[in-house]
Design a protein around this ligand. Sequence first.
Ligand SMILES: NC(=O)c1ccc[n+]([C@@H]2O[C@H](COP(=O)([O-])OP(=O)(O)OC[C@H]3O[C@@H](n4cnc5c(N)ncnc54)[C@H](OP(=O)(O)O)[C@@H]3O)[C@@H](O)[C@H]2O)c1
Length: 436
Amino acid sequence: MVVIRERNIGIGLLGLGTVGAGVVEILAQKSASYEKNLGFSIELIKILVADSHKTRDIQTNAKITTDFIDLIDDPRIDLIVEAIGGETPALEYIRKAIDSGKHVVTANKEVIAKYGPELIKHAVDNGVGIRFEASVGGGIPILRPLSRDLLANDFNKITTIINGTTNYMLTRMRLQNENYSAALEKSKSLGYAEPDPTADVEGIDAAYKLAILSSLAFKVRVRFEEVYVEGISNLDLADFVYAKELGYVVKLLAIAEKFDDGIQVRVHPSFVPMEHPLAKVNGVQNAIQLSGDLVGSVILEGPGAGKSPTASAIMGDIFEAAEAILEQKKLPPYPFGGNAAKIQHIDLLHSQYYLRIKVKDQPGVMAEISRALGDRDVSLASVIQKDLAVLDGSTEIVVTTHSALEASVRDAIASIRTQDAVIDVFNLIRIEEVIT
Ligand SMILES: NC(=O)c1ccc[n+]([C@@H]2O[C@H](COP(=O)([O-])OP(=O)(O)OC[C@H]3O[C@@H](n4cnc5c(N)ncnc54)[C@H](OP(=O)(O)O)[C@@H]3O)[C@@H](O)[C@H]2O)c1
């Protein structure tokens, strides 16, 4: 027997920080128009916070509580929106919401990157669904398109800028000539970087998102720990100067690429040719370039974080879940995960490289560096030599290579480091090609 229910969806919201407040504000402003357009109403019933005494600049009729069970036991709540973040207690709350037969929408990249496939299975087993569009790319719709509109494609590469904080910092370092510390301070003062910026600047946040994106796009299970990660904290302004001279901009890219014998998932600073579409993505913007066999290259660009863009993504998930609830249909699980991915080690990467080496100003140094590279089949594409004699009697040599095996380049660097005239080998930066 089909039970006729009211055209009303009850929401329980976990967290009233940046994202939670965005959801509350959107619902306060737009509920009436959503009801008119969608044919059902959405009612925010209860909100869970850590501190119910905190002064908040937000108006809501929903009950604010610190008791999670108060939401779980409320039969009017059909759907839990999780906007707490982190693993504890968010993971437990998501599991309990599913146990109690409520659908879940979450913005939590950490939980989804680590436990996404298990949570999807748990939801299916309990006859509910879970959606997590806001966990990757903030306001950019990417997970639903990958799971539906672009599902017919086989993807061979995803190239992304998916951390707004680092993209903002790198943009400042390039355009304002600011060093790393100054760019980080500016980023903190604007609220783009957390007081502890480690997850952003060391590439961890981007690795969570890449694990989710690549699992969905390649339909295999990519674990967060399998993503090769280098952050931006070792970048020096000198690298930006040389990048410009060579025709590149520096970006923190998160890349997933499929090969016959496995996939590569990596987050690291890259030299991106100025004509590459991602080179023009500046500030806190994010962009995702997908290369599919049917559709070719597709680029989605937009705000990767922020109150309203993230709440926009959450609302999309709420609408989809609400329709399934009201039509008493299943919310189809995303094709997320599956068999464990065969991950290719970073040593097997073939790429062009940029290398900056500080040497004593004496004859024959360049020849020895060239020999160390040439002996390992790494051929030079360009060489820049800058005399730093005024500073400390040293010279800086910058080389770029043609495409080479990463293991060979690393082996060459180890050999170069042992040379008498070599003072230090600074950044090894991979050079990204343009995909059309
Ligand atoms: N901020 C963005 O632009 C953005 C973009 C995309 C995705 N996300 C994701 O969205 C989620 C939320 O981020 P946010 O920036 O909104 O975080 P936030 O501003 O730090 O807010 C966290 C909220 O969770 C509540 N909370 C924390 N611990 C709790 C606990 N143990 N029990 C109950 N409530 C608890 C806090 O309560 P109190 O208010 O009482 O302290 C606060 O309201 C994260 O997963 C984040 O990765 C954020």
